[in-house]
Each structure stands twice: as C-alpha cells, then as structure tokens.
Design a protein around this ligand. Structure first.
Ligand code: TRP
Length: 335
C-alpha cells in the first residue's frame, strides 16, 4: 500500500509500432485503473535488448512510448511513468531472484520457446531469464495487481512462485501480486486474419491499425478488413471478422455488442466498416494530437522523466535494501 491505495505495476516494450490492440487492450485500461490504484507504468527497455535493437531507434521509440502514456490520458503527476533502465534496482533484484529460480521452471515458459524458435541466431541468457526480470519489476514495487494480457499470465505465475519461495525462507518480504485480465472483448484481432491477434510485428500492414495511422489510412484498412459472405452484421463466432469489428466498435464507443448489432441491422458491410473506422478515428485522433503537442515540449517531458525516475527509485530502493539485508549482504557504507 502507498497511502490508502493498493499498488499496481505494468510495463510495455518500446519495440515495434503500437497498435490499436495495445491501446484498447492495455493503455485504455491503464487509464481507467489509475484512479483506483497507485500505479507504476514502466517503459521496459531492459527487456527490449533480449533481442537485438538499433540503439538510436530504441531510444526514440522508448521516449515516444513514454510520451504516448501521457497522451493516452495517464496523468504523470499521479502515475509513475518511467524507464526501467533509470532504476538500477530492477537489474539488481533480478540477479538475486535468479538465484531463487529453477531452470526447470524457466524451461517451461512458452514465450521463451516461441522466441527461441524465432531468433535461433541469438538465444541469449537474457531471453531465458526474461521472466525473472519481469518478476523483479513487479516485486520491487510490492505490487498488489498486475494488468497483463493472457500471453503474460505464465510469467505472472512464475513471479508469484518466486515471491512465495523467497518469503518462505526470509519471512514476508514480498507482496504476492494478483494478475488482472482486462475486460473480455478487449482482445483485438488482425483485420486480415481474424483468428490471429492484432500484432505490432505483423508483416501485412493492412492487418493492424497503428496508433499513429492517419484517418485516411485507418479508414482504408477498415474498408479492406476481411469479413465473410453472410452479409449480415451479427455477433457470433461463425463470423470472426465481423465479430472483431463489432468488438472494436464497442471498445471505441462504449456500446455493447447487442446495441451495435441493432444499430447496424440491415446495414451493408461497406457502411458498417466505415462506421467502425470512424469510431476508431474518433478515439485515436485526440491521442495523436496530444502526442504531437507533448512531443514538442522537450522541457516538460524531460522533467516528467526526471521526477518519475526519482519517485520509482525511492520505492524500488526500499524493497531492494530490505532484500539485500535478508540474503546476507553487508551493511552499505555511505558513499
Ligand atoms: N513482458 C511484458 C510484455 O512483453 C512486459 C513487461 C515487462 C511487464 N515487465 C512487466 C508487464 C511487469 C507487466 C508487469 O508484455
């Protein structure tokens, strides 16, 4: 707890262009949660270098992501928005937790297996211990809740296991975090293959809506979205393309699928797709405008980065010093 609020931690990687899926599935939720919890939202750049990055590009994307957090509606005075690499406690705690994690556990991580299969030329130890770093992120802030996608649930489980193991040896050092899966329906699928999740690494540019796509591009991509030959706007699994478009429309307009189906009864797919595209433009345009404005104000963003790194570091050190003492490291001289 900080004050009378529970603590929330989550992070996003600054790799690839963020998609509408990242926004509706994660960022938008983060904004909603930020009233109720004391939130730490990190740009997890330590995680990013588990696969090769272009340094200048990574730096740029990381700053853009942090700016986007604010543009999406996270108040940087209330939420701690910071770079993981600005708080050395993440790496230090990760090392300690590595010594409390079994290789057998890490071998079971499906994301590692997938990534190792994809990057066969660079299966590095960082990729392997990635879940331990993620555990350190969460435990460092004594987070109570962690909003994550389904694909990260296994990592959250291992985090809980590591924390419990550590606590059973040293007493109640870590808060055991709970996962928080966003509302269902927020899972946005590819516009070209509605059986697949919308992904920032999709090779087909028409499959994903990027957060920075201009209105014309957004409308064009929706016009090309894959549907079916039923010619009827219904919300059912047999029409995955239409179902996905309804989900997107509902997430953007806060309507229910039932309301959407009624609204579009008798409407052709062409007009329906246009309406969905327009609802997305309506949601993304203000975020884009705010992003452009913020990007111009270097002094302001620099101050946010400075102040929030300080705040994150303060809370991180509280936990880290306790852990270091527990495991038997000597008292630190004042340096
Ligand atoms: N691994 C997460 C992802 O790729 C990002 C992440 C890193 C994270 N550390 C975290 C998410 C801690 C939640 C909590 O999506």
């Amino acid at each position: 707890m900080i004050g009378d609020k529970k603590i929330l931690f989550s992070g996003m990687q600054a790799t690839g262009n963020l998609t509408l899926g990242n926004y509706l599935g994660a960022l938008k939720n983060w904004v909603t949660l930020s009233d109720e919890y004391e939130c730490f939202y990190s740009v997890v750049d330590l995680h990013s270098i588990t696969v090769r990055q272009d340094p200048a590009e990574l730096r740029k994307r990381a700053r853009n992501l942090l700016t986007l957090y604010i543009a999406a509606g996270l108040d940087p005075e209330k939420n701690c928005l910071y770079y993981q690499s600005h708080v050395s406690g993440h790496a230090e705690l990760a090392w300690i937790l590595n010594c409390f994690t079994y290789m057998g556990e890490l071998n079971r991580m499906t994301q590692f297996k997938d990534k190792a299969a994809k990057h066969t030329d660079n299966i590095n130890a960082g990729l392997y211990t990635y879940p331990v770093l993620m555990a350190a992120d969460i435990l460092l802030y004594q987070a109570d809740v962690v909003p994550v996608g389904k694909d990260q649930m296994q990592h959250l489980e291992i985090c809980r296991d590591i924390a419990q193991r550590f606590n059973s040896v040293y007493g109640d050092v870590f808060t055991i975090p709970e996962g928080y899966l966003g509302k269902s329906g927020a899972k946005i699928m590819s516009l070209q293959d509605p059986e697949k999740k919308m992904s920032k690494s999709d090779e087909n540019a028409n499959a994903s809506i990027y957060l920075m796509d201009d209105p014309d591009t957004i409308i064009r991509k929706f016009k090309r979205a894959v549907t079916d030959s039923d010619a009827c706007v219904q919300y059912r699994d047999e029409q995955p393309g239409i179902k996905n478009l309804i989900d997107i429309y509902c997430a953007c307009t806060n309507k229910t699928p039932d309301e959407a189906v009624k609204e579009f009864a008798g409407t052709g797919y062409g007009d329906f797709k246009l309406a969905v595209g327009e609802s997305v433009v309506g949601v993304l345009k203000p975020v884009q405008e705010r992003f452009d404005e913020l990007s111009k104000d270097k002094t302001y963003i620099d101050k946010i980065i400075h102040d929030n790194a300080e705040k994150a570091n303060y809370y991180a050190l509280k936990t880290l010093r306790k852990v270091q003492k527990k495991v038997g490291f000597p008292e630190r001289p004042r340096i």
